[in-house]
Ligand binder design. Structure first.
Ligand SMILES: NC(=O)c1ccc[n+]([C@@H]2O[C@H](COP(=O)([O-])OP(=O)(O)OC[C@H]3O[C@@H](n4cnc5c(N)ncnc54)[C@H](O)[C@@H]3O)[C@@H](O)[C@H]2O)c1
Length: 434
C-alpha cells in the first residue's frame, strides 16, 4: 500500500512510522519545512520513546520518506491520512478545523485514481461530510471516499498503543474504502485487535465519547480525593476498592492535579460545543471541564497553604512540567496553571523537567530552569512534584532535604508514602491521603 500522512506531529509521525513498519510505503508530509528538514537529517522533532529507532529503521529500509510537497505524496497514494492539529478555536472552544479543511483542499487538487481520504485527526461529528464536500466541489471528477479513523494512542506509549490497539475504529459506509482500510490494518489482525466498522459520524463521535469518559473518570476520583481530605480517608485505597470491580476498572483512577495535555481539555470542550449546537447538551461533561479547569489553579493554592499561607518572596521548586511523563508535550499541562498561580502570589519559581523545558521556555516567563532535581530543590522553600517522571520516583530523600531551605514537599501525584516522608522530616502534603 502507498500511504500519504498529512501532518508529521505526534500522531502523524507515529502512525506513519508504524504503517511503514507494517510494510507499507509511507510518505509523511508537513507544511513546516524545519520539521521536514530535521526528519530528513535523521532528527526527530518530538520526544516519544522508541520513535527515533523506528523512524531510522524504516527510512533505512526505504519505506518511510518525508516531504513538504503534498501533491507529490498524494498523487501516488491509495490512502491519504489527515493527521493535522485540531486545537480549540480561540474564544469559543469549538474545534478549529481550518487545518483539516486546508489539507482537504490541498488533497483535492492532487488526487489521482481511486483514493481513500482518512481523517485521523480528532474532528467533530459531520467533519467527514464537509471534507467530502470540499473535495467534491474542487474535483467533481475525482474517485474517492472519505473515512473516519480516529486515533486512540497515548503520548509516551504511542508506538505500543498504535501496534497493539484495544480496537481500531473505521467509520465509512463505502465497501471499497473499508476493504482498503482493512488491508492497511491487516498486520494487526495477527494481534487480534478488533476492527469496529461503523458509520462515519458514529466513528467521529466515538473518539470524543472515549476522551470525555476518561476525563470524567479522572475528575471523579479527583473530587473523591478532595472529600477524602475532609473526612480523613485515603483516596488510593478508595480507588483500589472501586477499581477492582470489573464494571469500573482500575485505570484512570489516580487522583492528581487535574487532566491536561493536547487532547482531553480541547476534546471535552469541542464535545460540549457540538452537543449544545444540536440542543442535546451533555451537562455532565460541562461540569467535568469546569471542575478540572478550576482544579489546576487550585493546586497553586494547595502549595501556598503548605507554605503557611504565603509564598511572597519565597522560592518554589517545581519537578515535572510536561502534562505527563515520557513526552515533551506541554500543551495545557497542569504545571502551567500551578506555576502561574504561584507567580501571581509572589513566588519565585525554579523548575526541572527531563524533556519539557525547551517547550516550557516559550510558554512561561520568569522561571529559572535547573539541571536536575537536586539543583532545582537547592535553597527552595518548598518543592512541588507535578509530573511523575520515573526519575522523580526514587529521589534520595536525605539529599533532597539537605538541598531544600525548608523541607516542604507537595506531591501532586501521590508518588511518595506519607509516613516515610514524615520520618525523613518533611512537611508532606499529597492528594486525598491523610
Ligand atoms: N497527540 C495525541 O496524543 C493525540 C492522540 C489521538 C488523537 N490526536 C489528534 O490527532 C490530531 C493531531 O494531533 P498532534 O498532537 O499530532 O498535532 P501536532 O500539532 O503535533 O501535529 C500536527 C502537524 O500537522 C502539520 N500541518 C498542519 N496543517 C498542515 C497541512 N495543511 N499540510 C501539512 N501539514 C500540516 C503541522 O505543521 C504539525 O506538524 C489532532 O486532531 C489531535 O486531537 C492526538
Amino acid at each position: 500500500m502507498h500511504v500519504a500522512m498529512i501532518g508529521a506531529g505526534y500522531v502523524g509521525l507515529v502512525s506513519g512510522a508504524c504503517f511503514a513498519d507494517f510494510g507499507h510505503e509511507v510518505c509523511c508530509v508537513d507544511k513546516d519545512p524545519a520539521k521536514i528538514e530535521a526528519l530528513n537529517r535523521g532528527e526527530i522533532p518530538i520526544f516519544e520513546p522508541g520513535l527515533a529507532d523506528l523512524v531510522a529503521k524504516n527510512v533505512r529500509e526505504g519505506r518511510l520518506t518525508f516531504t513538504t510537497d503534498l501533491s507529490q505524496a498524494v498523487r501516488s497514494a491509495e490512502a491519504v491520512f489527515i493527521a493535522v492539529g485540531t486545537p480549540s478555536r480561540r474564544g469559543d472552544g469549538h474545534a478549529d478545523l481550518s487545518y483539516v479543511y486546508q489539507a482537504a483542499r490541498d488533497i483535492a487538487a492532487a488526487i489521482d485514481g481511486y483514493t481513500v481520504v482518512v481523517t485521523k485527526s480528532t474532528v467533530p461529528v459531520g467533519t467527514g461530510d464537509e471534507v467530502e464536500r470540499i473535495i467534491r466541489d474542487a474535483r467533481p471528477d475525482a474517485d474517492f471516499a472519505v473515512v473516519s479513523n480516529p486515533e486512540f494512542l497515548r503520548e509516551g506509549a504511542a508506538i505500543a498503543d498504535f501496534k497493539r490497539p484495544d480496537r481500531i475504529v473505521i467509520g465509512t459506509d463505502d465497501e471499497r474504502a473499508l476493504s482498503v482500510m482493512n488491508d492497511i490494518y491487516r498486520p494487526l489482525y495477527l494481534n487480534q485487535s478488533p476492527v469496529l466498522a461503523m458509520s462515519r459520524r458514529t466513528a467521529e463521535l466515538t473518539k470524543y465519547a472515549a476522551n470525555a469518559f476518561l476525563a470524567t473518570k479522572i475528575t471523579f476520583i479527583n473530587e473523591i480525593a478532595d472529600l477524602c481530605e475532609h473526612v480523613g480517608a485515603n483516596v488510593q485505597d478508595v480507588a483500589r476498592g472501586i477499581g477492582l470491580d470489573n464494571r469500573i476498572g482500575s485505570k484512570f483512577l489516580h487522583a492528581g492535579p487535574g487532566y491536561g495535555g493536547s487532547c482531553f481539555p480541547k476534546d471535552t470542550l469541542a464535545l460540549i460545543k457540538t452537543a449544545q449546537d444540536y440542543e442535546a447538551p451533555i451537562r455532565l461533561v460541562e461540569t467535568v471541564a469546569a471542575v478540572n479547569s478550576q482544579r489546576k489553579r487550585a493546586m497553586g493554592r494547595k502549595v501556598i497553604a503548605a507554605c503557611g499561607g504565603s509564598v511572597r518572596g519565597k522560592t518554589v521548586a517545581v519537578l515535572g512540567l510536561t502534562f505527563k511523563p515520557n513526552t515533551d508535550d506541554m500543551r495545557d499541562a497542569p504545571s502551567l496553571d500551578v506555576i502561574t498561580a504561584l507567580q501571581d502570589a509572589g513566588a519565585r519559581v525554579k523548575a526541572y523537567d527531563p524533556e519539557g523545558m525547551e517547550a516550557a521556555r516559550g510558554m512561561l516567563t520568569d522561571v529559572a530552569y535547573a539541571k536536575d532535581a537536586y539543583d532545582c530543590a537547592r535553597d527552595a522553600d518548598a518543592l512541588v512534584l507535578v509530573t511523575e517522571w520515573d526519575l522523580f520516583r526514587a529521589l534520595d530523600l536525605r539529599r533532597l532535604k539537605a538541598a531544600l531551605a525548608s523541607p516542604v514537599v507537595v506531591d501532586l501525584r501521590n508518588v511518595y508514602r506519607p509516613d516515610e516522608m514524615r520520618r525523613h522530616g518533611f512537611t508532606y502534603v499529597s492528594i486525598g491521603r491523610p
